[in-house]
Design a protein around this ligand. Sequence first.
Ligand code: ZN
Ligand code: ZN
Length: 389
Amino acid sequence: MSARAETTHVTGGGEVGGEYPMADLYPASRLESAAEAARRSGLDVLLLTPGPDLRYLTGYDTHQSERLTCLAVPVAGPAFLVVPRLELASAQASPAAGMNLEFVVWDETDDPYHAVARRLGAVGTVGLAGQMWAMMVLRFRDAMPGAPQGLAAAALRALRIRKTPAEVAALAAAGAAIDRVHARVPQWLRPGRTEREAAADIASAIAAEGHARIDFVIVGSGPNAAKPHHEPSDRVLSQGDAVVVDIGGTMPSGYCSDCTRTYALGAAPPDMAAYYAVLAEAQEAACAAVRPGTPAQAVDAAARDPIAAAGYGAQFTHRTGHGIGLETHEDPYIVAGNTEELEPGMAFSVEPGIYPGPHGARIEDIVVCTDGGYRRLNNGSRELIVVGA
Ligand code: ZN
Ligand code: ZN
């Protein structure tokens, strides 16, 4: 998506939404839970290069690079973090330093892949991070020729999909931050400005309201409102436009925000009120369907059925939602065919859209399944927001 910004690396200290310390968000017990989950999944060891799985288990946030950083979590034996010497200080400043974890440092002339293989000895199936670079997958295959390769997600999916109270608090803080941005959006949507200019102001606000990283800024005006993943362009906003604004970022905690509201400049297009009312009801119905035991696909159906019944089924061209956590898009996906039952702690978007052209609308909130039903983490008005009326 657009408007990439620099990542701020967050280390061991700090609070998460004021309620939980970072140690609650990344508890040291995760390593044992992961080893146990690996054993249940038939994996002998997890090998996790930088990305959401590594951060989930250790709190360590660092970029992929050609120098290998890799957390090894064997089913039998202690976990260790292989780290290039020049990045040791960063790793030691992360929550990983407070865990029962040996740091294995390598120098520029060492072969870290064989170092991992030697420490592990004879192993069966290795579970690799889904976002590991292919170059690293192949080098691990060469270093451990007898070990079949699988995905670490087979073990970690079940852990990551159910958020702890500290994770829900982090997602709620992210939701509140993006709500504050949406509250400020109307001032930047003015006739005569371009989508790109409005997006730049919104991106600055995403950072100013507490995000460490701007992940995406969608400003789709006029006919572009009918393109769900539109990139901000030089199109000039004009009176009577519908404008879909879908924005999100990553908080210093590592947890993501994602929220869509639809605006109208001066007045909505004449035929928009009818389908916007259908959309708002569908979004409400889908949220209301969220409770433990409901299949994910039933939430999709709760949004899709009223939209189809009103004659707009062909204009709702995407799934209803996606899980969210350390990644903006992760399990569970709220889509037809996903029969997985919702459980307390699952967090995902509910974001139906109707795109008849030459305009369109979407409403998106992040919702958490609770013991008794659901909790919305975005709480700004869901009405069509008429700007400068
Ligand atoms: Zn979104
Ligand atoms: Zn979304």
